[in-house]
Write a protein that binds this ligand. Structure first.
Ligand code: HEM
Ligand SMILES: N[C@@H](CC(=O)c1ccccc1NC=O)C(=O)O
Length: 286
């Protein structure tokens, strides 16, 4: 017998006729038959393009699930569990940002060979990406238009638009814990995109100037900043991958392409958590 063969132990199960097995639990039949290249003749690299999107969408599904959880935990004053959810989101963000390097192996020549088959489809139509943006505060009612022919998705996003964001939930928790968050912020119209409220900077200054007195809140603030940073890194890698793949061509979704994506790099979810940094004074006033 070859020394490199591992025997199947007698106790390992091989008969699953009456039981759930790996593939059925994971829905692998559906998952692995959900890649449908459209290029004709079939282009070798289209499978990479599809799987890159599908894996990102799977992770986005979990990000939406976790952010909803985080919001719920904040609402019920369970800050430790909210922090745990935020930590998980950060790791997912790192993973989907890192995986841009796989798609970056697609050369402009290879992509050009099947780009024409993609029609007008575009990441602009990713409803899960839009859900993450809404949960984090970049609300935009106009984006719902993209989904007007998909009633279920439209309804889900319309619902999220009406609901408070993770940041709204955090500010409400701060108020419940005695921090002076102005009432007009707590009662804001949550369907609108967040805009900077300079009155909040003093609230965060209190926390940042005495972290030990407000440790959990301080950690939560830093987690939110981590998530904002990680989101921007994802956007930046997308932009750079797009630029090296299609240069300055207009997008299949109808936008200017790189110019449109660049403008998203100026967006910020939690502007006061950035602004407070300018205001933090140490014991020597530095
Ligand atoms: C070679 C690969 C890619 C190219 C050339 C590309 C190009 C573009 C362009 C030009 C846009 C602007 C909208 C448009 O006019 O189409 C866009 C938007 C978008 N793409 Fe991609 N993309 C690529 C890969 C991906 C991947 C792998 C994802 C992952 C899901 C993705 C997600 C998105 C999202 C979510 C938007 C909307 C961004 C926003 O609204 O700010 N893209 N993409
Ligand atoms: N907007 C891309 C096309 C594209 O990337 C795409 C096409 C179909 C499904 C998802 C896509 N991904 C992200 O935008 C382009 O202009 O080439």
């Amino acid at each position: 017998m070859s020394g490199n063969t591992r025997p199947i132990e007698a106790s390992i199960r091989t008969d699953f006729r009456d039981e759930m097995d790996y593939g059925s639990y994971l829905g692998l039949d559906a998952l692995l038959s959900a890649q449908h290249p459209v290029s004709d003749p079939p282009h070798h690299d289209e499978l990479l393009f599809i799987i890159q999107h599908q894996t990102t969408e799977l992770w986005l599904k979990l990000v939406v699930h976790e952010l909803r959880g985080v919001r719920r935990f904040l609402d019920s004053d369970d800050l430790p569990r909210a922090l745990k959810g935020l930590a998980r989101v950060k790791h997912i963000q790192r993973t989907i940002t890192e995986q841009w390097s796989v798609l970056a192996t697609l050369t402009p020549s290879e992509y050009a060979e099947f780009r024409g088959s993609l029609g007008q489809s575009s990441g602009f139509q990713s409803h899960q990406y839009r859900a993450v943006e809404f949960l984090l505060g970049n609300k935009h009612a106009g984006m719902l238009q993209v989904f007007r022919d998909k009633p279920e998705i439209h309804a889900q996003l319309a619902q999220l638009l009406q609901e408070p964001t993770v940041y709204d939930a955090f500010l409400r928790l701060l108020a419940r814990r005695g921090h002076p968050v102005p009432a007009e912020i707590l009662d804001r119209d949550v369907t609108q995109a967040w805009t900077e409220h300079p009155e909040l900077i003093a609230v965060f200054k209190t926390i940042y100037e005495d972290p030990h007195a407000h440790w959990e809140l301080y950690e939560a603030c830093e987690d939110l900043v981590d998530i904002e940073d990680a989101f921007q890194l994802w956007r930046f890698r997308h932009l750079r991958t797009v630029q090296r793949t299609i240069g300055f061509k207009t997008g299949t979704g109808g936008s200017s392409g790189v110019g449109f994506l660049k403008r998203a790099l100026d967006l910020t979810f939690f502007p006061e958590l950035i602004s407070v940094r300018t205001e933090i004074d140490g014991p020597l006033g530095a």
